[in-house]
Design a protein around this ligand. Structure first.
Ligand SMILES: [Zn+2]
Length: 595
């Protein structure tokens, strides 16, 4: 029940916005999905969305009649993809949890690691890190004993390796390809091939299975490892997924890695699971879309300025707005902030609920934006509240969402404005990788305490007043996992939710609600990562996930704050853009199962 409320609101809001968008969006995207005429060679869709112009369309190839020809086609398509993406530098994030066996809960996190950087997809796939040197040093220390064993691969590069099967030698000279079967991945019919390196083809060759969609023969999924294993180091197993975000190409989006065996008698204690996400492929173009937004913002400012010079107070507000706009724009350019979208509508509804019931009347509206990264954090700059994707994911219900947003709303109401120095444009001139060194919105402890106090006041006057027990439960779950999830709780722009192993956000609410009991299946205190927000890796747009919650059948199903494998529902370009809203009945049914 608890989870459904929010999902339903979300579904309602997204269905509304979907209709609005269809009307506004003059571009009825692409072609209707070809009916099951799978063999019909599918020419790449040609209608012109702005993004398509710069990307060369693959040549339409003759329909293959043998599996041998299919192999030639997907090899050619893979080389085409490598070429098209060679100028791109998307953001790449890896979040890793080491695992230990818990007799009750199964494998649970014992420590965690976080990497964030830009992936240069040119000649040799390479990455640059956003994190500060001392943070990197910290990571190296945390790796401890593992570092030797995972000499190369524990470094961030290892996790982004499998964007391609083989960057340099994906061909028949180096590999054997064996057709296995047909299989649907989501809406997409695929041909499945086993791929094995040929004898003496060298080290670090892909060994595993690939899924190839059966219209243009692009690889959509790779699952396996690299072989042969070099001495003194180790290749991970990975499951790598691509999405058809632009016509003609499937771009790497998610990679799941896992190692570890907890069965009886196994001595090797090395175990972890990791999610790698790639996004921001189209970052360079993002700036152009922003021009329209800027013009709109300017005209709003003009109206209020009327015919006179601004009064001192007006000037101060315009100044703060300028700083806020600068920061929002810069973070979006750096690939860290999603453009305004569906998720913001839901966040703003919650903020609005808090404002209306507390009679908060601010000179400028409060806006919200989604930080695209996993670590749990919120911050505010001017009147914009920013909340991370990871935090939205793990929050169990709308009341808990309201609670974390209320802390930032309280900062705004109390006038704790930090960002005004960013109204000077020279302060925006830094490299994307330098974002965390150049921007920061951490409040002093006194302001943190004042904001928490005010937040509790706001919540008690709000529609969420009766549901604060859930918030208490979430904070207890967070406290339980805090010592093991240092990386997830390390904030990069705002104040941390926990420090020195103790949750320090909204502590007045932490005692509310029942005791945390992992065995109670109806007690969902926190969710796994990745269940709420879906990011489009090409344009960074964020939307709410529409899948119905699945019934929980054991305590091991809860997986609070944990990473899980990826299983995106694949769809062809254009076909996946129409959101399938979960009917209310389905959503209700599937949650009642877990009592
Ligand atoms: Zn704060």
């Amino acid at each position: 029940m608890r989870t459904t409320n929010w999902i339903l609101t979300a579904a309602l809001l997204t269905s509304l916005s979907a209709t609005a968008q269809q009307a506004a969006d003059a571009q009825p995207s692409a072609q209707p999905p070809a009916p099951d005429a799978a063999q019909a060679s599918q020419p790449a869709p040609s209608p012109a969305a702005p993004v398509q112009a710069a990307i060369p369309q693959p040549a339409v190839l003759p329909t293959p009649t043998t599996m041998d020809q299919v192999v030639n086609l997907f090899i050619e398509r893979e080389h085409g993809l490598i070429k098209v993406l060679s100028t791109r530098t998307p953001v790449v994030e890896t979040y890793l949890q080491n695992l230990t066996a818990d007799p009750q809960l199964g494998p649970v996190p014992s420590a965690d690691h976080y990497f964030l950087g830009r992936l240069d997809m040119g000649e040799s796939v390479d990455r640059k890190d956003y994190l500060k040197e001392e943070e990197k040093g910290m990571q190296a220390r945390l790796l401890g004993g593992f570092q030797k064993l995972y000499k190369v691969q524990y470094q961030p590069m290892g996790f982004s390796w499998m964007v391609y099967a083989d960057r340099t030698d994906f061909d028949r000279e180096h590999y054997d390809f064996h057709y296995a079967r047909r299989e649907f991945l989501g809406d997409v019919r695929c041909l499945v091939f086993d791929v094995t390196p040929r004898k003496n083809s060298g080290r670090g060759r892909f060994l595993g299975r690939i899924w190839v969609e059966d219209q243009a023969f692009n690889i959509v999924r790779l699952n396996g490892t690299y072989a042969p294993q070099p001495r003194n180091s180790y290749f991970f197993h990975m499951d790598s997924w691509r999405l058809n975000l632009i016509p003609g190409y499937w771009v790497p989006a998610f990679i799941y890695s896992e190692e570890g065996d907890f069965s009886a008698g196994v001595k090797n204690k090395v175990a972890f699971k990791a999610q790698t996400r790639i996004w921001g492929y189209d970052l360079k173009k993002g700036g152009k879309d922003d021009e329209l937004t800027n013009i709109r913002v300017d005209s709003v400012t003009d109206e209020s300025a009327a015919a006179q010079d601004a009064s001192p107070l007006q000037a101060e507000r315009v100044w703060q707005q300028q700083a806020e706009d600068n920061v929002v724009e810069r973070l979006t350019e750096a690939g860290l902030l999603a453009p305004e979208g569906d998720v913001d509508r839901i966040l703003q509804t919650v903020v609005n609920n808090l404002q209306v019931t507390n009679n908060i009347d601010l000179p400028r509206p409060v806006r919200t934006r989604v930080l695209l990264t996993s670590p749990l954090e919120t911050f505010s700059v001017g009147n914009t509240i920013v909340i991370s994707r990871g935090l939205i994911d793990v929050l169990p219900d709308e009341a808990s969402l309201a609670a974390v947003l209320s802390h930032e709303l309280a900062h705004i109401v109390l006038g704790h404005n930090l960002g005004s120095k960013y109204a000077f444009n020279d302060r925006m001139l830094f490299s994307d990788e330098g974002t965390y060194q150049n921007l920061g919105f951490k409040h002093i402890p006194e302001e943190e305490a004042a904001a928490d106090k005010k937040a509790v006041e706001l919540l008690k006057n709000s529609p969420y007043a009766q549901k604060l027990d859930n918030v208490g439960l979430f904070l207890k779950a967070l406290q339980q996992r805090t010592p093991q999830l240092q990386a997830l709780l390390t904030t990069h722009l705002g104040n941390p939710l926990a420090e020195n192993g103790t949750v320090n956000r909204l502590t007045a609410l932490a005692t509310l609600g029942p005791a945390l009991d992992n065995n109670k299946l109806d007690q969902i205190a926190a969710l796994p990562l990745g269940g709420r927000v879906k990011v489009n890796p090409w344009d960074d747009k964020a939307e709410m996930v529409k899948t119905a919650p699945v019934a929980i059948t054991s305590a091991r199903d809860k997986m609070p704050f944990e990473v899980t494998p990826f299983f995106p529902r694949l769809a062809r370009f254009g076909a996946g853009n129409t959101p399938a809203v979960v009917p209310a009945a389905t959503a209700a049914n599937s949650t009642t199962g877990g009592n």
